[in-house]
Design a binder for this molecule. Structure first.
Ligand code: FE2
Ligand code: FE2
Length: 279
């Protein structure tokens, strides 16, 4: 086990978690209906809930690749998937408390709606993954860092724009765990990218060519575009993505000039606007 990676793992494991039993038990659920929430945010919450819960699918996909066999990454992933599922359950409870009842079988129903194209392709085509073997871990870790950074921005924009105090309290708790996930992914990505020029070239090439926003693939593209447009359209939305996501990725070795995340998010906002105009 690489000692620098092991030390990142122990730091990740030791970082205090916000969503403790005490935090969850103290959430003022009874206050949720006291505040309005604009219905346009309901599909956003459903999307976020489902994508958080689909973490077990990415987890299974990753275990079939060399990344999932890396002992440090594997230990991280075991804890990470439990944390993401808790985020999903909190969002589901919020929806119910806010007066938008969900089905008891929401997870099975959401899974059943995953497009066949995703089921065939999986999380980044496995053939590419296995072809480049361990070098691919740099891609997975960079990819994970982008997903976690953008998820965190999504939650932040949601609490800033929805202005629901209990939702904000919950989302801030979730966001603090997303920051811990970012810590792990970014630092491991940095080490893996530093290892070789080939890793950097493969990672950069695949991110520039294939990176899509969180959830796209398991969710139809129109849903992803709706969520992005709802959260990031207008003043400062794209700027928040550029500063807090794209810029952070551009600090990784080999990614200095990337604009992929900002450009792709701008495309999603434009595609949503175009879809609305055509409807
Ligand atoms: Fe999460
Ligand atoms: Fe996360």
């Amino acid at each position: 086990m690489d000692s620098r990676e092991a030390s990142i793992l122990s730091k990740y494991q030791e970082m205090p978690r916000k969503l403790t039993k005490e935090f969850v038990d103290a959430i003022p659920w009874k206050d949720v209906p006291k505040y309005d929430i604009d219905e346009k945010f309901v599909p956003v919450l459903v999307y976020m809930r489902d994508v958080e819960a689909f973490t077990d699918i990415y987890y299974k996909d990753l275990t079939r690749t060399p990344t999932g066999k890396d002992p440090v990454i594997r230990q991280f992933m075991d804890q990470w998937q439990v944390e993401e599922l808790q985020h999903a359950n909190l969002l589901d409870r919020f929806l119910n408390e806010a007066g938008f009842p969900t089905s008891k079988k929401w997870l099975d129903e959401a899974r059943a709606k995953i497009p066949t194209s995703y089921k065939i392709k999986g999380f980044i085509q496995p053939w590419i993954t296995n072809m480049v073997g361990k070098k691919f871990s740099a891609v997975h870790m960079t990819w994970g860092a982008i997903q976690e950074l953008s998820t965190l921005q999504g939650y932040k924009r949601l609490w800033e724009t929805a202005k629901h105090p209990v939702l904000e309290h919950i989302l801030r708790g979730i966001a603090s765990e997303e920051s811990i996930h970012i810590f792990f992914y970014r630092n491991i990505a940095k080490l893996k990218l530093e290892e070789s020029g080939l890793s950097r070239r493969i990672a950069r090439f695949l991110v520039e060519k294939f990176w899509s926003p969180v959830g796209q693939g398991t969710k139809p593209e129109e849903d992803t575009n709706y969520v992005i447009a709802t959260l990031f359209s207008g003043d400062h939305g794209l700027e928040a993505v550029d500063t807090n996501v794209n810029h952070s990725i551009a600090l990784l070795p080999g990614f200095e000039t990337t604009k992929r995340v900002t450009n792709r998010i701008a495309e999603a906002i434009a595609a949503h606007a175009k879809g609305k105009a055509a409807a």
